[in-house]
Design a protein around this ligand. Structure first.
Ligand SMILES: [Zn+2]
Length: 113
């Protein structure tokens, strides 16, 4: 555990530490330990359609009709969703919707209440 990560650009393992920087001799990329940590943590910022930052437990409104995968149900625009949970992935919100059940939403299709 020397703590020097592989290059985030080219994945080279020949990286070295230069002061507070990490340097990749293969592609010339330089980065800091801090930003590398931010990228690898699952604390990415998830924003709604208006650019407001969403957090676990927020309530949101769906802004367009959304088909529920694998069923004929549709979540109507204007549906309120309480107590969302943010996840990592293409659909970045986990939630439960009355009458539909547990499902996943994309943050770009919701508005924070
Ligand atoms: Zn590199």
């Amino acid at each position: 555990m020397n703590g020097i990560p592989n290059c985030p650009k080219c994945n080279s393992e020949y990286t070295y530490e230069d002061g507070s920087l990490f340097v990749c001799p293969e592609c010339g990329y330089e980065w800091t330990a801090e930003s590398e940590n931010e990228n690898s943590e699952d604390e990415k910022v998830i924003k709604d359609a208006n650019g407001n930052v969403l957090s676990d437990g927020d309530s949101v409104t769906v802004i367009k009709d959304l088909k529920v995968k694998g069923s004929s149900l549709v979540v109507k625009a204007g549906t309120k969703v309480k107590n969302i949970r943010l996840t990592d992935g293409d659909h970045d919100i986990n939630c439960k919707i009355d009458g539909i059940g547990a499902m996943q939403l994309k943050s770009e299709f919701v508005k924070k209440l």
